[in-house]
Design a protein. Structure first.
Length: 277
């Protein structure tokens, strides 16, 4: 057994087998305590300063609304999650190969990086109405917005990961007959995996933001649409309930992406170790 970071214990069940990372109870109790402290502080601010309910509702009223309107919240959260998940996976499927191409060929870098950076610099809120005008009120404009938000971090992380490979590693791999597709599978992807994993976790939360932005502009469902309706009706309690649901959805996306990224990184590392032993 080897000791990693303070809250993580890494175990290898058998020689050559996968590494299993186990978290300690403090990893669950500490975040739960912080959330409880936030709710207590929220309640104290509302009570001590006598803030009207239409400005900041008390946490008890918000939780009661979440229970009463759970069907609407769950249905809209599911709609947002589907768009965010599909957009994130599409960005991963396109962004990683694009990053590999840009990192390997200088011509591709000169051709692709300027438009990619230019698109990333554009204000996404300004593009959302254009997507609705071009693609209608269906899922496509929301999907395009999500991809637009999450594509750049994954592409850039792949480029940085491939560029982190030292020249001596390249020479060593070539001397062992590791070229073309084998070099890609056993050297490039394992080297870029930690960078892609970090960008994937970041993009997971950005995917929820991208879906919400598109839902603000034109959508018949989703948490963004529900939040917009609640704000228009001056229903602060429902608006806060939708905001908390968005926060929960973002945490779920981040936790899921962290697990998937860790599993993928460990598997790529194991494949690399088996290829050199």
């Amino acid at each position: 057994m080897s000791q990693g970071p303070p809250s993580i214990v890494a175990e290898r069940q058998q020689p050559g087998g996968p590494v299993i990372l186990r978290r300690r109870p403090a990893d669950v109790l500490l975040p739960a305590g912080v959330l409880a402290a936030v709710f207590v502080a929220w309640w104290m601010v509302v009570e001590l300063f006598h803030i009207p309910r239409y400005i900041i509702p008390p946490p008890g009223a918000v939780l009661a609304t979440m229970i009463d309107r759970r069907a609407d919240l769950l249905a809209n959260a599911a709609a947002t999650a589907v768009i965010a998940g599909l957009g994130l996976l599409l960005s991963l499927a396109v962004g990683v190969p694009t990053g590999l191409v840009i990192a390997q060929w200088r011509l591709a870098r000169r051709l692709l990086m300027p438009p990619i950076v230019a698109i990333q610099s554009l204000p996404k809120v300004a593009l959302a109405p254009l997507f609705v005008a071009w693609l209608g009120f269906g899922a496509m404009p929301k999907l395009m917005m999500t991809v637009l938000v999450t594509f750049f971090p994954l592409t850039l992380a792949t480029i940085v990961g491939v560029e982190s490979i030292t020249l001596s590693t390249v020479h060593l791999a070539h001397s062992m007959g590791c070229r073309s597709d084998r070099f890609l599978r056993y050297v490039m992807l394992p080297a870029a995996a930690p960078y892609i994993a970090a960008a994937f976790r970041t993009s997971a939360t950005l995917a929820v933001v991208g879906a919400l932005v598109a839902e603000f502009v034109g959508s018949a469902n989703g948490l963004g649409n529900l939040l917009l309706l609640a704000s228009g009706n001056r229903d602060s309690t429902l608006a806060f309930a939708a905001i908390l649901t968005v926060a929960i959805l973002g945490i779920m996306f981040y936790a899921t992406s962290a697990i998937l990224a860790r599993v993928a990184t460990v598997r790529l590392g194991t494949k690399f170790m088996r290829s050199v032993t």
